[in-house]
Design a protein around this ligand. Structure first.
Ligand code: F0G
Length: 434
């Protein structure tokens, strides 16, 4: 039995050939998932094979995605795979951040070490591999910046034409610059992320363009390997908690699917709990968990300086809901000041990240204070994007000029002002000694 696309909805579960270019179930409109028969090789043997592959110079084995290909076996052949050596991101111990959250220890899985600086690369190598297999020439995405940067790079590397749609004026320059440099046709639309996603879904059908948003189930398959690699790096010892920022909720879907599959196949004996952190002004998933009886309510005008997660109508919320439930997880929200301060603390650890990623530490601090996460818990937080993605935010924070969407100033509690000095050794000595 080979891989298939399966409708995610319990009451439907319609199945489609893996080569069907669809994003939703044609019968019921539900989200789609890739389904596989369980791996033929035992967990012990696969763990050994994956470890051995780390010493290889072959491009496929050097990829922190394709090294684990037995977990994502949707291709018949790997000849056309384009890899930029994605994945291979470190687990970084961060005592100072742990202290800030009042935990004994805290480890970051830093996806900002990826080729285009975010976790999107893990998924994009798979999405682009599927696009090549389908024989399409143009691929598109709507993005808050990181997906577009990643898609632009992988599509161009694969000889496809990338077309990116972004909310005009609402993505950081670092990310916009990447899309331009990697050669994407870049369309800045006068609308927010959710509105543009609806637009692009219509356009993709009309223009025959393959969509590489996280609604694309092959992106989710690639992002599963972030969890797989993390467990491999921990010698298959699952943490108590895995903490992720939540925007469109694709990564939540990916982590949950990976953990369930690994648990079902005997790779791990315990399921870690997922903690999903949203920005206060863009927190529809948090509200759903708080008041499930009201059903999912989109936020029509999402607001946050963490533009990567400025999303009010996340497409993957039904999957995320299942994954949080299956892992006995929680959802928390954090405000702009909490995100900004947590981000500065991650910087002081010598690690650094972009604003959306810092929502994790802010959320952990809140969950620890509430007694949800125990001080002795074994916690891994995923830093989703690189510090240099949004330097403007950093400069404004440290100089006291960062303003919340409501116009209030963010207090630079951990600010680090640059000092302008004259070209005078005496004066500089006096300043440094004071
Ligand atoms: N962190 C960063 C840095 C992101 O770029 C995103 C999403 C998220 C967290 C949230 O992940 O959507 O899987 O819940 N960025 C998307 C984009 C939406 O277009 O780049 P999610």
């Amino acid at each position: 039995m080979a891989a298939e696309l399966v409708c995610f909805e319990e009451g439907c579960r319609a199945r489609f050939p893996i080569t069907t270019a669809i994003y939703n179930c044609p019968h019921c409109g539900g989200l789609l998932e890739v389904w596989y028969p369980p791996p033929a090789t035992t967990p012990g043997a696969l763990k050994r094979i994956w470890r051995e592959r780390r010493t290889s110079n072959a491009p496929l084995e050097q990829s922190g995605v394709w090294r684990y290909r037995e977990i994502i076996p949707f291709l018949d052949t790997f000849d056309g795979v384009v890899t930029l050596r994605e994945g291979n991101t470190p687990l970084l111990n961060a005592p100072r951040a742990a202290q800030y959250a009042r935990l004994d220890a805290l480890v970051f899985k830093h996806q900002g070490f990826n080729p285009t600086g975010s976790f999107k690369d893990n998924g994009m190598t798979c999405g682009v591999a599927q696009a090549l297999r389908l024989g399409v020439e143009r691929v598109a995405c709507v993005s808050t910046g990181n997906t577009s940067a990643s898609m632009a790079a992988y599509a161009s590397a694969a000889g496809l034409q990338p077309i990116v749609f972004i909310p005009h004026g609402n993505i950081s320059y670092g990310k916009l610059a990447q899309a331009l440099e990697y050669g994407a046709r870049t369309l800045q639309v006068e609308a927010n992320f959710d509105q543009i996603l609806a637009l692009v879904r219509t356009l993709a059908e009309r223009l025959g363009i393959y969509l590489l948003n996280s609604i694309n189930p092959f992106r989710i398959e690639g992002q599963k390997t972030i969890a797989v690699e993390m467990l491999d790096q921990r010698d298959w010892n699952p943490p108590d908690w895995i903490v992720l920022p939540g925007g469109n909720l694709g990564n939540t879907a990916a982590f949950g699917k990976a953990l369930r599959e690994l648990h079902a196949s005997g790779f791990i004996v315990k399921m870690p709990r997922l903690a999903i952190i949203q920005a206060e002004g863009a927190a529809p998933f948090y509200e759903l968990m708080r008041r499930p009886e009201q059903g999912f309510q989109a936020v029509h005008h999402p607001q946050t300086l963490a533009t990567a997660i400025k999303i009010g109508d996340p497409v993957s919320w039904p999957k995320a809901l299942r994954e949080v439930a299956c892992s006995h997880g929680v959802v928390e929200k954090v405000n702009e000041q909490e995100i900004a301060d947590a981000k500065a603390i991650i910087g002081r650890c010598g690690i650094g990240c972009e604003p959306a990623s810092a929502a994790t530490l802010a959320g952990i601090r809140k969950l620890a204070a509430a007694g949800v996460i125990a001080p002795s818990a074994d916690v891994v937080a995923v830093l989703t994007g690189n510090l240099l993605k949004d330097p403007d935010y950093i400069y404004r924070y440290h100089t006291g000029a960062l303003q919340s969407p409501d116009g209030s100033l963010i207090e630079p509690a951990f600010g680090n002002q640059p000092v302008t000095v004259p070209n005078d050794p005496g004066e500089i000595t006096r300043i440094l000694d004071s």
